[in-house]
Design a protein around this ligand. Structure first.
Ligand SMILES: [Zn+2]
Length: 515
């Protein structure tokens, strides 16, 4: 702020507040005309899939105005977007091969987008591509994978996704992978498992950015210890300003300057504002209370939540809140660690006025008002993430001279000792699909039970991992077997369902019974 006083002080004081505000916006718009804005996260591909399971681009044709969503070409242009990481998110309810297939389908959407809109979009695979495409007046389109479940524990899948254009992978989404802890799940691996470290190393080898949004703080720290390349947070903000598990703690932000990494500031109200965060928790509590009253009446629950929300209006998150996070990150990690990752079309709430892809200049204007220079803003808008991408490309070029692709497989470290059934139990406990598959293929007994007659499929059912249940059933496990207390696998899935944990219990019940 201080440096901004001086030459312009008299000028600013001589204007009315309103005209000063207009002036900042005019300056912001002028800056956006030249500066490269690269947004880290836009969920248009998922919005399309939700609207149309066939994913026909004509359903939400972005060449025309699309007021029902946050993204279309006219608004991308007026927002000054020069590079966009299109998220190829798939939810964690999809696991195993279903997650791989859905991710391929989402990547296919991005490839079809650049084919359908060749005057506006062009696929970008490198930092140089982004600059070249932007100079030609088009929007550089990149693929960002959201969630390590997309690779189904396979480095081969990871490498093939890179070949299809994926240039970052978020290490987890909302639940743990067998090899990395998520911020919104119960910690299991304590950060990254040994295979999780292999994933990070292979991403460095490929030149795919490691994205640490969504992961647990321990996973952030492990990844920053293991990676040789700069990391990104494709859509995150600072925990010090709002104690939400999705936010990044200061001790991790402090690790960014040495790593060269970038936190791309997101526009998610519940992450930005403690008031909205608190309101969301109250709304969830009300929803849980209503579910307890009428568990099977979705309409009544929705009506009750709507009534509560009308009586308790949601507080507004503002552009000033976003700028406060930018200020804080600058203070802790420096100007070179800041980027933009809106999460447009991936959010159900929006920041006031910052609610679609045309609105970035409003944030730029607020930052100009706070004394950020044009050079600072060029870094925030795009140059920092471009630098991180170049860093990842350089590390990849060096590593590929040193070694070939990794042949590591998950669970390999655990093999070699113990009986087949013990190792199978370990793999089930870790929800390690590849290891379960490998052990069953090697002849481990799917019907094994312990002294209390608790079977492996009961264990898999109580953990709530549908794919391991399915594999055990395919290998001959008895779905109806009962333990010493007369309880079967379905009873355990029902317990899980009642607990409300975000696992596959409903799907497991369908696999085990006719329910
Ligand atoms: Zn996300």
């Amino acid at each position: 702020m201080l440096r901004f006083l001086g030459v312009s002080t008299l000028l600013v004081l001589s204007m009315t507040a309103a005209s000063a505000q207009t002036d900042y916006l005019a300056r912001a718009r002028a800056l956006h005309k030249q500066a490269l804005l690269i947004d880290g996260h836009n969920d248009y591909p998922w919005a399309l899939r939700e609207k149309d399971p066939a994913r026909d681009l004509n359903t939400l044709d972005i060449a025309k105005p699309q007021p029902s969503i946050m993204t279309d070409i006219a608004r991308l242009k007026s927002g000054g977007v020069g590079g966009q990481f299109w998220s190829v998110y798939v939810p964690v309810t999809l696991q195993g091969q279903s997650a791989v297939t859905a991710t391929l389908e989402q990547i296919d959407i991005v490839h079809r987008m650049v084919r359908k809109y060749p005057e506006t979009l062009e696929l970008a695979l490198t930092a140089a591509d982004i600059e070249r495409v932007h100079k030609s007046g088009k929007i550089a389109s990149l693929v960002g994978m959201e969630g390590g479940h997309s690779i189904d524990n396979s480095l081969a899948n990871l490498r093939m996704f890179y070949k299809l254009g994926a240039r970052y992978m978020t290490i987890t989404h909302s639940t743990n992978t067998p090899w990395a802890d998520a911020s919104t799940d119960t910690p299991k691996a304590g950060g990254l498992s040994p295979f999780g470290e292999e994933v990070i190393k292979e991403m460095n080898w490929l030149g795919m950015l490691v994205d640490l949004s969504h992961v647990a703080p321990e996973t952030m720290e492990d990844a920053l210890r293991v990676t040789q390349a700069p990391v990104i947070f494709s859509h995150s903000v600072a925990r010090a300003l709002n104690d939400h598990p999705r936010n990044v703690p200061d001790n991790v932000l402090k690790m960014l300057p040495k790593n060269g990494g970038v936190i791309m500031v997101t526009f998610v109200p519940g992450f930005l504002s403690p008031k909205v965060n608190a309101w969301n928790k109250l709304q969830t509590a009300e929803q849980d209370r209503l579910k307890g009253l009428t568990p099977n009446d979705a309409a009544a629950i929705k009506a009750g939540v709507d009534k509560w929300s009308a009586a308790n209006p949601v507080p507004a998150a503002t552009i000033a809140d976003v700028a406060d996070h930018v200020d804080h990150i600058r203070k802790v990690a420096g100007i070179d660690a800041i980027g933009i990752g809106s999460d447009f079309d991936g959010i159900s709430q929006t920041v006031k006025d910052l609610d679609n892809v045309s609105t970035y200049p409003l944030l730029t204007a607020e930052l100009l008002r706070r004394g950020y220079t044009d050079a600072d803003l060029r870094k925030i808008l795009g140059l920092n993430v471009l630098r991180a991408m170049r860093g990842a490309e350089a590390v990849s070029a060096r590593l590929q001279k040193e070694r070939g692709p990794s042949v590591a497989v998950i669970g390999a470290a655990a093999s070699g000792t113990g009986s087949g059934a013990d190792r199978l139990l370990d793999a089930i406990a870790a929800s390690d699909v590849a290891a379960v598959r490998a052990l069953l293929a090697a002849g481990a007994d799917a019907k094994a039970a312990d002294d209390d007659r608790v079977t492996l499929v009961m264990r898999a059912a109580e953990i709530g991992h549908a794919e391991t249940v399915r594999l055990l059933l395919t290998a001959g496990a008895d779905p109806a077997a009962r333990d010493r207390h007369g309880r079967n696998a379905a009873d355990r899935a029902r317990d899980g369902l009642a607990s409300g944990a975000p696992r596959d219990f409903a799907l497991i019940l369908r696999l085990l019974t006719d329910e």
